[in-house]
Design a protein. Structure first.
Length: 137
């Protein structure tokens, strides 16, 4: 299991984007491409940035269950995590996650439309070489 965790961590860190899936306000599955997490704690906690005013934030506040998917196209490997999302407005985490390039989207890290999504994984499924492996995180 330790080897799988190391391989999956490397796969995650090499990606530019990931995909966040959740249930929208009409009860349908919805998926969004997201910039890769700015911070992760092992394979359990992932911190992503987004707009507070987005529909996904409103949907996640109503139903925090979500999936986070990472895909490595050249090797056709992927991993999906099931878990929950918290919408964070804490200035300390916003300061930590902030990058200079974020000024494209926000005035500053104090912009009220800048928030952090904390995804906490409960389980995962890794796909590689035509096989899937389920594992707890």
């Amino acid at each position: 299991m330790e080897e799988t965790a190391k391989i999956v961590g490397s796969l995650i860190d090499k990606q530019d984007v990931c995909f966040l899936s959740f249930v929208d306000d009409e009860g349908f599955p919805s998926t969004r491409a997201m910039l890769n997490p700015r911070k992760r704690q092992g394979l359990q906690e992932f911190y992503l940035t987004t707009n507070t005013a987005s529909k996904k934030v409103q949907a996640l506040k109503a139903n925090p269950k979500a999936c986070l998917y990472f895909y490595d196209r050249p090797t056709y490997r992927g991993v999906v995590f099931k878990g929950t999302v918290e919408v964070l407005h804490d200035q300390n985490i916003k300061n930590e996650i902030w990058r200079d390039m974020d000024t494209i989207f926000y005035e500053s890290n104090a912009d009220p439309d800048f928030c952090v999504l904390k995804f906490t994984a409960q389980s995962a499924r890794y796909y590689n070489n035509y096989q899937s492996v389920d594992f707890e995180v």
